[in-house]
Design a protein around this ligand. Structure first.
Ligand SMILES: C[S@@+](CC[C@H](N)C(=O)[O-])C[C@H]1O[C@@H](n2cnc3c(N)ncnc32)[C@H](O)[C@@H]1O
Length: 321
């Protein structure tokens, strides 16, 4: 081999190595670009997940699968809701989203009848939808049923999120301490006061959360309530948490639920229970008691800054959200 041939081979090898390096870098860059776009699409379109979940609950899908008693196919599900037949394909898409997020699971089965001679596997397969632990707690028969929680996905609550950047930039009224106030021109509690349905739904969401969490709280945190004779549940809504405390701790002879007048307006304390309701503003006055119970109240305290329950009582039981 001549010197020039050797040099040519070396040059070719270098070029090949360079090309390989170049393609690798380009490959990595393409992968990174694709990953970046996937991340953006994922974040941008994630709003579909809660909307799909709300839709499934409104269509009663968890209850239908539960009543069916076994995994259900698409046609049976569509007929049970019921929806127009031409929407069945769209229901399939909805179920795909919800299987992806883990709300339902899917089981692939063969439709083939014993002795069938068909060889077309595609046609013979069908998907059956089943409940998962997350959708089991959406079933109305479940005493922990969380379906009412989906009422939180109300336009009144969702729309202010679209004004987040405007709020950051200080647009709108200078008194808008939250994007909610920028959008509505009033606080959440002023709005629930104006719209009874929103008030009802919000209180139901809260009661639903209490139904779930209080069972754990009264068993796991029982020692906290030892020796208390009275307690005030500040911002206690319609009294569901307070009622759970009354049932679990007979030592509590007086439980006061303090909330805004329009929230406690329809609340009635069950006869022979230690409960009583007071309509008022927690930032003005808190009824005296051995302990203050605060569940999901953090923002109320933070918004007003310096208001603390300590001047009123020595014990504060704070259940953060
Ligand atoms: C997030 S909810 C929590 C409800 C309840 N503690 C629970 O966890 O189910 C906040 C509650 O605080 C009440 N609230 C807001 N501002 C209040 C105020 N200034 N005085 C009394 N209650 C207030 C609301 O009406 C609402 O019921």
């Amino acid at each position: 081999m001549t010197d020039s041939q050797t040099a040519n081979i070396a040059k070719t090898k270098d070029t090949a190595a360079n090309q390989e390096r170049m393609f690798k870098v380009e490959g990595d860059e393409s992968r990174e670009r694709a990953q970046a776009q996937i991340q953006l699409w994922h974040d941008m379109l994630s709003f579909i997940n809660p909307m799909a979940l709300k839709c499934a609950v409104e269509l009663g899908i968890p209850d239908i699968i539960h009543k069916h008693g076994r995994p259900i196919n698409l046609t049976t599900l569509a007929a049970a809701i019921p929806i127009p037949i031409d929407k069945t394909d769209h229901l399939h898409r909805l179920m795909r989203v919800l299987v992806h997020t883990g709300i339902f699971s899917v089981i692939q089965t063969s439709k083939k009848q014993p002795g069938s001679s068909s060889s077309d596997d595609e046609e013979e397969r069908e998907e059956l939808y089943a409940l998962t632990p997350s959708s089991r707690i959406l079933v109305k028969d479940n005493k922990d049923c969380q379906s009412p929680m989906l009422k939180i996905l109300d336009p009144a609550i969702i729309n202010p999120w679209l004004f987040l950047s405007k709020w950051f930039k200080g647009e709108g009224s200078t008194t808008s301490s939250t994007p909610f106030e920028l959008y509505h021109g009033c606080t959440m509690w002023e709005l629930t006061n104006q719209f009874p349905e929103l008030n009802f739904n919000f209180n139901e969401v809260m009661a639903c959360d209490s139904r779930f969490i209080m069972r754990t709280l009264v068993t796991e945190s029982a020692p906290v309530f030892d020796g208390l004779k009275s307690l005030v549940d500040v911002g206690g809504g319609t009294g569901f948490a307070a009622m759970s405390l009354a049932q679990a701790f007979p030592n509590l002879q007086k439980i006061t639920v303090l909330d805004l007048p329009h929230v406690v307006a329809g609340a009635v304390a069950p006869a022979d229970s230690p409960l009583n309701f007071i309509g008022g503003d927690m930032f003005q006055w808190i009824p005296p008691a051995d302990a203050v119970f605060l569940k999901w109240i953090l923002h109320c305290w933070d918004d007003k800054g310096c208001v603390k329950p300590e001047p009123f009582v020595s014990n504060t039981i704070h259940v953060p959200h």
